[in-house]
Write a protein that binds this ligand. Sequence first.
Ligand SMILES: [Zn+2]
Ligand SMILES: [Zn+2]
Length: 247
Amino acid sequence: MKCCNTARKLVQALLFPEACVLCDQWVVNTELSPLCYRCLNSLDPVSPPICEICGIPVPGDVLGRFPMCSSCRAGDAEFDQARAWGLYEGDLRRVIREFKFRSRRRLAVPLAGLLGQCFQSFEHTFEYILPVPSHRDRIRSRGFDQIRVLAKLLSREAGVPIFDGLSRIKNTKPQFGLPSRERSRNVKGAFQLKEPGLVENRKILILDDIITTGATVQEISSVLRSKAGPRWIGVLSVARAAHRYPL
Ligand SMILES: [Zn+2]
Ligand SMILES: [Zn+2]
């Protein structure tokens, strides 16, 4: 059976080869396609020192066991800890943009693999994965819900169910186009929690593809805290901005 599968994939790769989105070489491994192993392995993860709470890179002279950015030191974070696999720049940015904006859906597999690696860095076990919900109009225009696709793959690998009780009731403007200070206002009141009982006293992992200022996950965390009282909130994303300001 396994042999059959391998033969089928080989035939598929020969008949419908895809070029790697980064180096343009033909990709033979259909599991990872359209990103070749060499390019996947050359992507750079976030390197320390990072803020212990929000995961943003902090200057090298911030030492000690618990480095924190100024915002987290001021107690601004509504979540307990956020981690991203890499920074939203260079090749990782190109891969995410191909996945998200050009509907190269099969890039979900390698990107979910990166999420799976980063997932291991939490010292907590989670009871639910909560993919940041997209508005139905956005899903329709993009053709798929990219965060949910990633969440399904991570859920399967980590054995943690998806929480479906949060919906997006406002089709907000894309956060990317907005100045930093307007982003919190843009997502205010955008989410509705339908099943607070399921979240109460649970450890929840909010999943996003890219975190820029963190305004969206801050708003979701705030909704969870005020309506349901979760025990611990983690945030995981494929990439995050190196700064809190527009990219
Ligand atoms: Zn490549
Ligand atoms: Zn921080």
